[in-house]
Each structure stands twice: as structure tokens, then as C-alpha cells.
Design a protein around this ligand. Structure first.
Ligand SMILES: O=C(O)c1ccccc1NCC(=O)[C@H](O)[C@H](O)COP(=O)(O)O
Length: 212
């Protein structure tokens, strides 16, 4: 199971997280987020040698501004967490970067609206993945779970990360969750001691239980 820990900012905390068995670290480049990494912090973060995949998280950002981050932050993935359309993602896929596209899942979410995204994913095999997150006016980081059974209606073939309010108490629920396209999980606010700082011991214990 793939594990992403999002909303990292504190350098010491980033270094601690690098020791854990995770796959991706998320750096939020959306100024309205409590976990925003601003341009001065970006320089510091960029100097870290990341031994995990690095994900830059954006909400309705311009392609130009995203491009300015890719080399300094050594991004492996761009996570689009706003209202971006497939043409926007295609411009980034063209420069050979992977995309995580997030969708806010509501009770009446219509998975047919993902058809254009699925078409794009079939043109860029192994490059585009989905993140199914809880709906919130703040776009992300709600700390709330959505009803995972809604995903029974997702019949597409693009693998996805499960996101939104996942906590240390969810090990059994995650192990029991079944979907052919389930790729992994995205952790964030439920493992924080303050915005942008994660409880490393709690994540470590959680992962050990999950991987057992
Ligand atoms: O975390 C944020 O502050 C945030 C704000 C705006 C857009 C995206 C954001 N986070 C992106 C993520 O990938 C989070 O991990 C995801 O929303 C789940 O967060 P949480 O519900 O706190 O576990």
C-alpha cells in the first residue's frame, strides 16, 4: 500500500519522516492553507535531500508558477487539488511529471464526470492518479472522512489514493476497504501536533500496524 504524508513544512520534522516507511511527502504550495510553504521556506525545504517522492500540492495555480517549483523542490508529482481541468493537467504531463488529481467526494458525486480524466490517464499510462478526498470549502485538509462506500460507484481504471481525515484509529477500516483501483492512503491533519508538524511516533506505529 502506498502511503503519502501531506502538509510537511518543518525541516526537522521532514528529516524525521524520511526515516519512516512511506512513499511520498506532500508540500503545500497553496497560500490559503494552514500548511502553506512560502517562498522563503521553499528554499529551505529544497535544500533537503529527499529520499521519498516529493509531491507539490496546488489549488488553481498557474502552470508557470508550478513549473517554477519543479526543479528547486525536485518534485516527482504535482497534486492538483482545485478545479483544474484535464487540459491543464495535460500541459504538465507533457513535461513528464506525474499528476495526482484530487476530487472532493460528496454523497451524490457523479463518477461519469471523470471520463475525460480517465481518457487522459489512458494516454499517459502510469502518470496520472486520482486522490479521493472529503469535500470542503477549503479544498483540502478538512480532517474529516467521507463515506468510503461511495467509491463502490467508481468503476474507472485510474488507481486512487484514499484521503480525508484518516487517523490512527482507521487501521482496521483501511485493511477492510476493498476496491480494485485502491492504491494507497494520504495522511495529514489527524497526525498533526500543529499545522505542518506531524507526530512521527504516531505515524510510525500506525504504519507498522497497517503493514503487518
Ligand atoms: O492540507 C491542507 O491544508 C490543504 C489545503 C488545501 C488544499 C489541499 C490541502 N491538502 C491536501 C492533501 O493532500 C491532504 O492530505 C488531504 O486534503 C487530506 O487532509 P486531511 O483531511 O487533513 O487528512
Amino acid at each position: 500500500m502506498m502511503i503519502k504524508v501531506c502538509g510537511m513544512r518543518d525541516i526537522h520534522n521532514i528529516n524525521q519522516l524520511q526515516e519512516l516507511d512511506i512513499d511520498f511527502m506532500g508540500i503545500i504550495r497553496y497560500s490559503k492553507s494552514k500548511r502553506f510553504v512560502d517562498n522563503s521556506q521553499k528554499q529551505e525545504v529544497a535544500q533537503q535531500t529527499m529520499n521519498k517522492g516529493t509531491v507539490g500540492v496546488y489549488v488553481n495555480e498557474t502552470v508557470d508558477n508550478i513549473l517554477k517549483d519543479i526543479i528547486p523542490l525536485q518534485l516527482d508529482v504535482v497534486q492538483l487539488h482545485g478545479d483544474e481541468n484535464p487540459a491543464f493537467a495535460k500541459a504538465l504531463l507533457e513535461i513528464d511529471i506525474k499528476i495526482f488529481k484530487a476530487f472532493q467526494i460528496t454523497e451524490d458525486f457523479n463518477f461519469d464526470t471523470l471520463k475525460e480524466w480517465e481518457k487522459l490517464a489512458s494516454q499517459y499510462v502510469g502518470k496520472l492518479f486520482f486522490v479521493f478526498d472529503t469535500a470542503t470549502p477549503n479544498y483540502g485538509g478538512s480532517g474529516k472522512k467521507f463515506n468510503w462506500s461511495i467509491l463502490d460507484s467508481y468503476k474507472g481504471e485510474v488507481p486512487f489514493l484514499l484521503s480525508g481525515g484518516i487517523s490512527k484509529n482507521d487501521v482496521t477500516m483501511i485493511k477492510e476497504f476493498k476496491h480494485n483501483m485502491f492504491l494507497g492512503i494520504d495522511l495529514n491533519s489527524k497526525f498533526e501536533t500543529e499545522p505542518g508538524v506531524k507526530n512521527i511516533e504516531e505515524i510510525k506505529t500506525f504504519i507498522e500496524k497497517l503493514r503487518k
